[in-house]
Design a protein around this ligand. Sequence first.
Ligand SMILES: [Zn+2]
Length: 257
Amino acid sequence: MKPCTSELTTRLRTAENVVAFSGAGISSESGVPTFRGTDGIWSKFKPEELANFDAFMSNPELVWEWYRHRKEIISRVQPNAAHRALARMEQIYRRFAVITQNIDNLHQRAGSRTVHELHGNIERNYCTGCGKYYSNDFILAQERAPRCPSCNSLIRPDVVWFGELLPEDAWKASVAAAETAQVFFVIGTSAVVYPAASLPSIAKRSGAYVVEINIETTEFSMKADEVLLGKAGEVLPALISQSLSHTEHERAQRYGK
Ligand SMILES: [Zn+2]
């Protein structure tokens, strides 16, 4: 990776409030597949045909079979250097948040604590009748589509399906984070699916320095203040060592982290 600009270095050293907005690209560096097209028996289905409430209600066994398959794959992958770098930044900055479109829980597994999940989390499950949450262990122990022991309704994965609104709390927290960020990273996402795609623009309008990290340029690149091309798992650790390592100890002292 070529060194970042001195502008970014200065901003990273002086910022107190930094936000990272992540998408599928950061997960693919861990080996999380996109679940589109090439995946054995599931290649017959488009995700849109399975990841929606009507499909679930009309064929819960099929949709649950697909989610069990996805849960198993995701449970085997590990957070990568990009996830770990963001968890480290949370220790460095006074305020730091990850906003993610990913459902794989990898940010949390890497140690990030403030994570706004726009599309839910595949490791959580809840009852469509009474709303009670159920663990993955409970789900994986069932042979058929799991039902709630309290009210006998179907249990579903806590993910946002096609046609569903984003969770309001996560969305409001994400907008607030974008509005107050001094540096806003866009990582591994082409930022084209609305409403999530509006977050980088909200950040920019609110005065953030917007930095895109992707393996290739995207439609958003023209609007970014800076574009760093490369794998996030290489770019982010390099940014920390170029811009932040010597300030890390001092900041940790200042913020008592
Ligand atoms: Zn229930």
